[in-house]
Design a protein around this ligand. Structure first.
Ligand code: PEP
Ligand code: MG
Length: 591
């Protein structure tokens, strides 16, 4: 048994067998005799054929389940690699000329191709090396006659995915395969992969050093997404303790679910509106079931991520209409594309610059590629005829950007009008406050839009200059930093002065440990990962506004995040033992 620590990124406890992804097959250098060459080439050809047959089978299963979707086309590309000269011809040559054994020849060919990819500056093309690796490792496993167990689509139901890194698309795919937990060496608590994990209710631990070499597929592991731990090959006592803890958490979730239909208001009768953050349509019924009053943040870019082509206007329209229908007449706030940074779609090239988070990301990309932006806006405006729609612009850093986005919206409205296509002319347009500059000029932005929504995940990363993806600076990334509390206070005050609604949709909104801080700040609209709604609502219903305001006032007198955390966590765990049974639990849901 071995216990490894990382960072809790999505709460929950899972016990199961590991499924190691992208594990590199270990190959020893091996030469063959001249007379073995033909047999070795034949072995290589058989493995190629077997690999193609496997990929074709997976493709057929996908086609049956989901039609000709992006995943299907990615597999098509993977099958094409099996006839790629760089891989296949190079391997054949190494067998014939170098007398390398077939597996050693494939490994050398793969390493050479990977080295070329490594030298590419453009991160999009550089990242394609993982596709080559996926196909190459599958080919090697077939050559070696070892099981097919390392890609997301093959993860056994109930297993625990172990990997160096997982992309948001991998996480979505693993969720569909009914994997029960994720654990990775890299990643961050507020990475988009973590957001997907929380949305799916899958425990996730990130930043576990030297994890992959210690785990093999089939090993029993425990993932503790509350404390950020993973236990390899647990003994009977550990299994007993964690099974008991998992039972406690299941019972607690069950108790909290009982308050689903009661109003979200404080003991003084002040409503605190609960909205859901959504990435995929499938989450909406779950969110409604958990008590979401509306969709406060629809991260539309997820529609762009798992596919090789851009979605058409009609497809985006159908997607938005499906969201509006699924939420049953409640409003949906569609955030326009937040591509770039860690969300790179295969369909468009986004120049990354030297620091992608500060580069051509989000609204900057949309204004740069107006053609892509217009198609999305047309789809959203058309959908507005079906149900209450709001449009939210991400990563706004100044009024000029807001005006540019609004101008394009106005042009799209005129266009639709001229074409006789129905839309709601009063769709509220909002601004995400997630850059320090937006927080500082929240009043100027509020004056020119209908609502503000605070994105604390990015606001914290940019304010504290601590990359939300980088576990090495995770210790600096703190929602209770005095600078963050001051920034939030300024934004709420700006909204009060301008009379414009302010919501919070960053992960802070769903952290029950912070509910009093947010209510104390004056926030009355919280949008969060759906699974956080019951616990936050439970706290709201036992809250007097004055108590929350007092706690916040005290927090604002302190100088460091550690002191503020001690104060806030101490007060909250004492007051809400039922909701906050474990000290670490809430933090795992925090941005
Ligand atoms: C945020 O930054 O807080 C936010 C909600 O946006 P995202 O997490 O999608 O960047
Ligand atoms: Mg953001």
């Amino acid at each position: 048994m071995e216990r490894l620590t990382g960072v809790a990124a999505s709460p929950g406890i899972a016990i199961g067998v590991a499924h190691v992804l992208s594990s590199r097959v270990e190959i020893q250098e091996r030469r063959i005799a001249r007379e073995q060459v033909d047999a070795e080439v034949a072995r290589f050809e058989r493995a190629l054929l077997e690999t193609d047959t496997q990929l074709a089978r997976i493709q057929a299963e996908i086609a049956e389940r989901e039609g000709d979707d992006a995943q299907y086309r990615i597999l098509e590309a993977h099958r094409l690699m099996l006839s790629d000269v760089h891989l296949v011809e190079r391997a054949r040559r190494l067998i014939r000329e170098d007398k390398s054994a077939a597996d050693w020849a494939v490994r050398k060919a793969l390493d050479q191709i990977q080295a070329v990819f490594e030298r590419i500056e453009d991160p999009y093309f550089r990242d394609r090396k993982s596709d080559v690796a996926l196909v190459g490792e599958r080919l090697l496993r077939n050559l070696m006659g070892i099981g097919d167990s390392s890609s997301p689509e093959d993860a056994p139901r109930g297993s625990i995915a172990i990997a160096h890194e997982l992309s948001p698309a991998d996480a979505a795919q693993l969720g569909r395969a009914e994997v029960t937990a994720f654990c990775t060496e890299g990643g961050g608590r507020t990475s988009h992969t973590a957001i997907v994990a929380r949305a799916l209710g899958i425990p996730y631990v990130v930043g576990v050093e030297a994890l992959v070499p210690k785990v093999w597929s089939g090993m029993t592991v425990i993932v503790d997404g509350f404390r950020g731990e993973i236990i390899l090959d647990p003994d009977a006592e550990a299994l007993r303790v964690y099974e008991a803890r998992a039972d406690v958490h299941r019972a607690r979730a069950h108790r909290l679910a009982a308050i689903r239909d009661v109003a979200s208001q404080t003991l003084d009768g002040i409503p605190i509106h609960m909205a859901a953050n959504i990435e995929m349509l499938e989450e909406i019924p779950i969110a409604v079931d958990l008590g979401a009053e509306q969709v406060g943040l629809f991260r539309t870019e997820f529609l762009y991520l798992e596919r090789v082509n851009l979605p058409s206007e009609d497809e985006q329209y159908a997607h938005a209409v499906a969201a509006l229908k699924s939420v049953g007449g409640r409003p949906v706030t569609f955030r326009t594309l937040d591509l770039g940074g860690d969300k790179l779609p295969p369909s468009v090239r986004i120049p990354s610059g030297t620091n992608p988070a500060m580069g051509l990301r989000s609204i900057r990309f949309s204004l740069h590629r107006e053609d892509v932006f217009r198609i999305q806006l047309r789809a959203l405006y058309r959908a507005s005829a079906i149900g209450p729609t709001q449009i939210l612009f991400p990563l706004i850093s100044g009024v000029a950007e807001l005006r540019a986005a609004k101008r394009i919206c106005a042009e799209v409205r005129t266009e639709l009008g001229a074409e006789g296509i129905p839309y709601d002319p009063g769709v509220p347009l909002g601004v995400m406050v997630e850059t320090p500059s937006a927080a500082m000029i929240a009043d100027l932005l509020a004056a020119e839009c209908e609502f503000l929504s605070i994105g604390t995940n990015d606001l914290i990363q940019y304010s504290l200059a601590a990359d939300r993806e980088d576990e090495h600076v995770g210790y600096l990334y703190h929602p209770l930093h005095p600078a963050i509390l001051r920034a939030l206070r300024a934004v709420v005050q700006a909204s009060e002065r301008t009379g414009k609604t302010v919501a919070m949709c960053g992960d802070m909104a769903g952290d029950p440990m912070l509910t009093w801080v947010l209510i104390g700040l004056g926030l009355r609209n919280l949008s969060m990962a759906p699974r956080q709604i019951p616990v936050v609502k439970s706290i709201v219903r036992s809250t007097h506004i004055a108590d929350a305001e007092r706690l916040l006032a005290q927090a604002l007198t302190l100088s460091t995040e550690a002191e503020i955390e001690e104060l806030v966590y101490g007060a909250m765990t004492k007051r809400f033992p039922l909701e906050l049974t474990e000290g670490d639990e809430a933090r795992s849901a925090t941005g």
